[in-house]
Design a protein around this ligand. Structure first.
Ligand SMILES: NC(=O)c1ccc[n+]([C@@H]2O[C@H](COP(=O)([O-])OP(=O)(O)OC[C@H]3O[C@@H](n4cnc5c(N)ncnc54)[C@H](OP(=O)(O)O)[C@@H]3O)[C@@H](O)[C@H]2O)c1
Length: 348
């Protein structure tokens, strides 16, 4: 396969600019398909990529090929899909309309539905599942910062083989995954912190350092894990750093013990925040339906409720309408405890 043509990042926001940017820095020809707001930022500021280990790369405005017309897809030899879940149907329609039929399409999105949707729309053979374990924040105009650790996961298969060395060269080593479904659900468990982080209004490191928020997260993960197990979905042995059940125990430790046991192993820098916080900050719809909402939907298929995840969803929906997003840990925990007694989607 000829990797000397064009990698098109479809939906170039935080993840797309960060991953695309490092691939370009490694020497691959990358073009970005995104929105005019980001295009103007880059035209004015260039593109700056930084990470929690002090790595950085700066592109001048003229070095970034950022376009807004989906016709760009016709030039792609590889497409990396980095739109939010809600944007997947549109992305599929654009790929169908503009891209060559043999071009591999890699989903680097969260959630458990995007890969299946891409496969249904574009065919099984060309769609590759990916998973981005780390956090990328859009900290300033033209600046994207990675704030946590973790390695990219990409499904086994020959389509991506020619590109894997380039990812390594770009400082984005790739783990090949055999169990796509389990990995996606495992990542979803970790993403259940996104609404809690967004509702706290705090950087991730501060939020995860406070017991009240961690207990909310433990309730959401425990509930999700029960549903996932009952549904017969097998998870990988470890999600993040530890097995899911061990994670719940760790989250329930007092602050000092948690800091000692987890803080050392899982580095989160000061700037990291969930993308859901960023969505609320920008007045954009969130991915809540594809994260906590997915657990509520799974519970419904099992004939049960998921009151903690339903509460997280209800509070985020309220925040999307302008409601509170500065809950303290104890306040939020009380909301979750009340939800268990009063029913899932109570108005917030
Ligand atoms: N940020 C993170 O730390 C992180 C980490 C791991 C995984 N993820 C996952 O990665 C995915 C992307 O997240 P993100 O944070 O990068 O989102 P993002 O910053 O919102 O970037 C997506 C960009 O794509 C644009 N877009 C949507 N549809 C498009 C289309 N058809 N053509 C061109 N541009 C389009 C969006 O514009 P509009 O807003 O106008 O739609 C937005 O600017 C999500 O599934 C997320 O859960 C994120």
């Amino acid at each position: 396969m000829d990797v000397s043509k064009r990698i098109v990042i479809h939906g170039a926001g935080s993840v797309g600019c960060y991953i695309g940017g490092w691939l370009a820095a490694a020497g691959l020809p990358v073009a970005y398909l995104g929105r005019s707001g980001v295009q103007s930022e880059i035209a004015a500021n260039g593109m700056l990529l930084t990470d929690q280990e002090g790595r950085q790369h700066r592109f001048g405005p003229d070095e970034v090929d950022y376009q807004t017309d989906p016709q760009l897809l016709s030039e792609a030899t590889l497409i990396l899909v980095t739109v939010k879940s809600e944007g997947t149907p549109n992305a599929i329609a654009e790929i169908q309309r503009h891209a060559r039929e043999d071009v591999p399409v890699v989903s680097l999105q969260n959630g458990v539905r995007n890969v299946a949707a891409l496969r249904a729309g574009l065919g099984d053979a060309r769609v590759v599942a990916g998973m981005v374990p780390f956090n990328v924040a859009h900290t300033k105009a033209g600046h994207w910062h990675r704030g946590t650790s973790g390695e990219l996961h990409v499904e086994y298969g020959p389509l991506l083989d020619p590109y894997v060395p380039w990812f390594e060269k770009a400082g984005l080593p790739v783990v090949r995954m055999a169990d796509v479904v389990g990995t996606q659900w495992g990542k979803l468990l970790l993403n259940l912190n996104n609404p809690i982080n967004a509702l706290s209004g705090l950087p991730l490191r501060v939020q995860l350092g406070e017991s009240g928020y961690r207990q909310c997260l433990a309730l959401c993960i425990e509930e999700a894990l029960q549903c996932i197990t009952e549904a017969g979905i097998a998870l990988p042995a470890d999600i993040g750093l530890v097995p899911p059940a061990e994670l719940i125990t760790l989250l329930r430790l007092p602050d000092e013990d948690y800091g000692r046991q987890v803080g050392q192993r899982h580095k989160i820098d000061e700037q990291a925040r969930s993308s859901m916080w960023e969505d609320l900050e920008q007045g954009r719809p969130t991915e809540i339906e594809y994260l906590s909402g997915e657990i509520v939907a799974l519970a419904a298929t099992l004939g049960r409720e998921a009151p903690f995840n339903a509460k997280a969803r209800a509070l985020i929906r309220a925040a999307e309408r302008g409601g509170r997003r500065d809950w303290t840990g104890p306040e939020l925990l009380q909301q979750f405890k009340d939800a268990a007694g009063t029913g899932a989607d109570a108005d917030c």
